[in-house]
Ligand binder design. Structure first.
Ligand code: DGL
Length: 272
């Protein structure tokens, strides 16, 4: 059986890249819902429904486990999928998100000197308060949390405008308030932001530690599989990668290669 990686579009490729680098022997199926992305300004109900359909597609492709490699889907859909839908429909499968691993990875940092944590993400992710809620479930692991929605960053990155002067101005506008609040750690809480990591670092300052969820999620998956032999033993070990999208246009192909680093051949997915 396969490991499914779901994202609203391209961003999850940054997560798959980190996972498949650390755990290359498994078989991965990626699904990007490009026909309906971005999710970041959509309502909770839409995000839930689209994510559920994407996960179901991946389960039908024989995925034992699906990772929501999208902060927005993890924030708005994961809990409900796990608690209501999965139990009724696929009790022997698993769905994991990318927010909990980051909160868990940050908890030990918080007990040390680095205390003030900033999170940037889409409007839906920040409004959902998912980082705060997951922190509270872990005894307030992140006690000083400062959040900032950055809704213009996804379109800027997708348009390839992120190196232009207007983009520099917008990045400053979003990041400076976090700098003024003297955050010590900044979570890139959207799968697109690793592409502008250097720009963000230059505004926030080199002493602030940036958390890129890719490697955190990869290590957390490795640890999860070592603790769940019943899942791990069901996984195929043939180093296979397959890519699906709900909208296989020229634009999708060229943007995907920017996120992945080389050309990707997509198959068209019908989700409903
Ligand atoms: N993948 C989304 C996230 O990580 C960003 C793109 C979108 O808004 O759909 O939040």
């Amino acid at each position: 059986m396969n490991i499914g990686i779901f994202d609203s579009g391209f961003g999850g490729l940054t997560i798959l890249k980190a996972i498949s680098k650390l755990l290359p022997h498994y078989s991965y199926i990626y699904l990007g819902d490009n026909a309906r992305s971005p999710y970041g300004d959509r309502s909770a109900d839409r995000i839930y429904e689209f994510t559920r359909q994407g996960v179901e597609f991946l389960f039908k492709k024989d995925c034992k486990l699906v990772i929501l490699a999208c902060n927005t889907a993890s924030a708005l859909a994961l809990r409900k999928l796990q608690q209501e839908w999965l139990i009724k429909n696929y009790p022997d499968r698993r769905i994991l998100g990318i927010i909990i691993p980051v909160v868990e990875a940050l908890a030990p940092i918080q007990t040390k000197k680095q205390k003030r944590v900033g999170v940037i993400g889409t409007r839906a992710t920040i409004l959902s308060n998912a980082y705060k809620k997951e922190s509270e479930k872990r005894g307030g692991a992140l006690h000083e949390l400062i959040q900032q929605a950055c809704p213009l960053l996804v379109p800027l990155i997708e348009e390839g405008w992120h190196k232009t002067p207007p983009a520099a101005m917008i990045i400053k506008k979003y990041i400076r308030p976090l700098k003024l609040k003297q955050v010590n750690v900044l979570v890139l809480g959207c799968t697109h932001y690793p592409l502008i990591k250097e720009k963000i670092q230059s505004v926030i300052g080199k002493n602030v530690r940036l958390i890129d969820p890719g490697s955190v999620v990869a290590h957390s998956l490795k640890s999860y599989l070592s603790r769940h032999a019943e899942i791990e033993s069901a996984l195929t070990k043939n180093s296979h990668l397959a890519f699906f999208t709900t909208d296989a246009s020229e634009r999708v192909a060229s943007l995907a290669s920017r996120f992945w680093g080389s050309h990707i051949s997509f198959e068209l997915a019908k989700v409903e």
